[in-house]
Design a protein around this ligand. Structure first.
Ligand code: SF4
Length: 319
């Protein structure tokens, strides 16, 4: 979905710079996308959702929003449902009833922070209470709830971001997305960054923080369905600073596995050790460019990694 016409000016968003340039999908485009998905997925469409993402779906022109939903109607029974993302202050009973009618199943809110000062200085235009109220309303209608947060925003810090995660956990969403802040051209953040007022977290800092957040959500059985920004053309051309890495989640998981190994080994004599991990975690344990293996070697520990299907994902077992 395009951001065209959004009346807000969030510090990190360059939608004003792109207004008028991005393509507004029409109902025919929705139909083509669904038919293409049906061709590709065959009978697996029942496991797939139709998603309207990128903009604030419930904040766009009402007639336009309804025309897009209407386009899904002939196909909806073949899919698991519809997923949309929007702002917390564009949710009310009327809109939720409409979304129910069109078989929307999941609603994600761009909450970004659960600190009013951070929301204010980043010009989000909504409050923490808006996030709480709209989340409760969404859940009361039986929708799946997703919450999105950004780390390292202007005037935020690790403690505030951890507190945001804790407040999310109190709300008990079904899913969470975590995006470390990046500085894009033609944004307020660009000006703050260029004048030295805002310094975005380094990649290392962001990985350290986000690995903690990942563990926190995991311990509370909340699925983190995205960690780190998707690669896009606008990211390639417009990003000027920030903690972006194409495999950001993998870096965080590597950090978690390194910490688990080191916590077990640090009280042991230096030497060679055998450790079992799930096959899906071997590359994560080795780390990007063997970083974990090299770090452990420097600390005096040599690992022999054994792939074992019986070990849970992200667990380790020493033998
Ligand atoms: S991030 Fe903020 S400014 Fe950008 S489209 Fe969403 S609400 Fe509008």
């Amino acid at each position: 979905m395009p951001h065209n016409g959004c009346p807000h000016q969030c510090s990190f968003c360059n939608q004003r710079g792109i207004t008028g340039k991005s393509y507004q999908p029409k109902s025919e485009d929705v139909v083509s996308a669904i038919e293409l998905a049906q061709d590709k997925l065959k009978e697996n469409t029942k496991n797939a959702q139709i998603a309207f993402f990128g903009g604030s779906f419930t904040a766009i022109d009402r007639e336009y929003m309804l025309s897009l939903l209407e386009a899904t109607s002939p196909y909806i029974e073949n899919f698991k449902g519809i997923r949309i993302s929007t702002r917390p202050d564009y949710i009310d009973d009327e809109i939720l009833e409409l979304l129910k009618k069109y078989k929307v199943t999941s609603i994600e809110l761009g909450a970004q922070s659960m600190n009013d000062e951070v929301l204010k200085v980043n010009e989000r235009g909504h409050t923490v209470q808006d996030v709480i109220n709209s989340s409760q309303l969404i859940k009361s209608y039986g929708f799946e709830l997703g919450l999105q947060m950004m780390t390292g925003l202007y005037k935020s810090n690790d403690d505030i971001d951890i507190c945001t995660a804790e407040k999310f956990i109190e709300i008990k969403p079904d899913t969470v997305r975590i995006y470390p802040t990046v500085v894009m051209k033609k944004t307020k953040l660009e000006m703050l960054y260029k004048t030295g007022v805002y310094v975005p977290p380094t990649l290392e800092n962001a990985v350290n923080l986000c690995s903690k957040l990942l563990l926190k959500f995991d311990e509370n059985n909340i699925k983190v369905i995205r960690l780190g920004l998707h690669y896009s053309d606008s990211l390639k051309t417009d990003m000027i600073a920030g903690a972006y890495h194409p495999s950001f989640k993998e870096l965080c998981e590597s950090k978690i596995l390194f910490d688990k190994v080191y916590m077990s080994l640090s009280s042991q004599p230096k030497g060679k050790y055998k450790v079992k991990v799930s096959p899906k975690c071997i590359s994560k344990l080795i780390g990007n460019n063997k970083s974990n293996i090299k770090k452990l070697k420097k600390l005096g520990y040599e690992l022999n990694i054994i792939s074992d299907n019986s070990v849970y994902y992200m667990d380790i077992e020493f033998i």
